[in-house]
Design a protein around this ligand. Structure first.
Ligand code: HEM
Length: 424
């Protein structure tokens, strides 16, 4: 009845690993539905770039759109070009310095609360950081610290709640504390964003942040985004950016804690380059090993571990005929662990990237083609800065030596990671 779902829910990574020997297109049963899993680089490229045969449609996208609205990360092909054009300026390289300043300030605020000897859940801490950065970079002006924190808290409940509602919509049928919490958070988020949008519109000032840019967007008929469209864009930007980035930070911190050799190299680089100063955006280009730690964590545990598409017409894939409506899952987790692309693929080895000649389409944590992540530089910068800031000051030791048990969500999260803090 449930097909492969119990395996995917119970031991997701072991289940995914078990698929790797079954050919280029592996059929899995998800409840009553069948999905086709691909991980060969050429097939991943084909599915993500052949937009006449594959679209971001189907049950998953419909549910996320119903919950969070129709923004850039969830819209179907037909609307994609206009939406991408509208949002791209918010990710212009010239803005990255400003965003990096927010990232370092928020990381400093987060770690200022840490005390030597205390135990923190780094997964929660990383999520707190990226949701705070999301709120602060989207709307930089005019929100009191209390209101920003309230918005961030609402966001946290929403992002966690969306996944539950996608896989188990029944949770909303009967009244429950979790349903009440989710609905309260949704109302707080919507009214909070609407109030900020109204304040921005009334002030008419360009604050140089993502919301100001979105307010200035005009389509070819000179039309601005409506309040609903703005709200949708803001929600999907945060949805796409916060948990992905927090997940890579949490994985990287855990991988470093389990690999003292890599940690020693990282400390060596940070101590030499930063010489005791706090890291800033301009330092990242001079921290190649730090960047390779992020790259390697993204390889082993790509937050977007499965990108799904639905066939919009009959099409052939690796000799198999797929009828319209077929679901294809591009599994980046499996792609990144193919031994012909990455020798000894399960080993965490940031050193493998130095001067490496990476085969084409072997490393695709940000996807490919027209829908490739618009926040790739933003996310990599945020993760690199967070890891540099934390590792220059703190040594983290997992409370339990047991390997993490990844939690199957839309994002491949390491699950709770309690770690003890020591000052370096
Ligand atoms: C390390 C962190 C991140 C990872 C691994 C990641 C991964 C991805 C992937 C794989 C896609 C392609 C999805 C598809 O083709 O359907 C994507 C798209 C997207 N990402 Fe990211 N992302 C990250 C960070 C961010 C950040 C920080 C933001 C925004 C601030 C963001 C916003 C988006 C948006 C809006 C899209 C949709 C792009 C489009 O359809 O044109 N992402 N991301």
């Amino acid at each position: 009845m449930l097909g492969h779902l119990p395996h995917l829910a119970g031991r997701p990574l072991a289940f995914l690993d078990s698929l790797s020997g079954h050919g280029d297109v592996v059929r899995v049963r998800m409840g009553t539905r069948t999905a086709h899993v691909v991980s060969h680089p050429a097939l991943v490229r084909r599915v993500l770039t052949d937009r006449r045969s594959f679209d971001r449609s189907g049950v998953l996208y419909e549910k996320v759109r119903a919950l969070l609205g129709n923004g850039l990360a969830t819209c179907p092909n037909a609307e994609h070009r206009d939406q991408r054009r509208a949002l791209q300026p918010a990710f212009h390289p010239s803005l990255m310095d400003r965003y990096a300043a927010v990232m370092t300030a928020e990381t400093a605020a987060l770690t200022a609360r840490w005390r030597p000897g205390a135990v923190v859940d780094v997964t929660e801490e990383a999520f707190r950081l990226t949701t705070a950065v999301a709120v602060r970079t989207l709307f930089s002006a005019g929100i009191a610290p209390g209101a920003a924190e309230e918005l961030r808290e609402a966001l946290e409940v929403l992002l966690r709640g969306v996944y539950t509602r996608v896989v188990a919509p029944a949770v909303d049928r009967a009244p429950s504390p979790s349903r009440r919490r989710y609905r309260r958070a949704l109302t707080r988020w919507r009214t909070g964003v609407a109030a900020i949008v109204a304040a921005y519109r009334a002030a008419g000032v360009d604050h140089g942040d993502a919301l100001s840019l979105l307010l200035a967007v005009r389509d070819e008929h000179g039309r601005a985004l409506s309040d609903v469209e703005l709200g949708d864009q803001v929600a999907t930007l945060v949805l796409a950016g916060a948990e992905t980035t927090s997940s890579v930070v949490a994985w990287a911190l855990r991988l470093l804690a389990d690999h003292p050799g890599a940690t020693a190299r990282l400390h060596g680089e940070l101590d030499t380059v930063l010489a005791g100063d706090p890291v800033t955006g301009v330092d990242l280009p001079r921290l190649p090993y730090t960047r390779d730690v992020v790259r390697e964590a993204l390889r082993l545990y790509p937050p977007a571990w499965a990108i799904t598409r639905t066939a919009t017409r009959e099409t052939e894939l690796a000799g198999k005929v797929l009828p319209p409506g077929s679901v294809v899952i591009c599994c980046l987790y499996l792609l990144h662990r193919r031994p012909e692309l990455f020798p000894d693929p399960a080993r965490f080895d940031p050193g493998r990237w130095a001067g490496a000649d990476v085969p084409r389409d072997a490393w695709l944590p940000f996807g490919l083609g027209a829908t490739k992540c618009v926040g790739d530089v933003f996310g990599s910068t945020e993760a690199g800065l967070a890891i540099a800031a934390i590792a220059s000051r703190w040594r983290l030791t997992p409370v339990s030596p047991r390997p993490p048990r990844p939690v199957p969500r839309i994002v491949l999260s390491p699950g709770p990671q309690p770690m003890r803090l020591a000052e370096r």
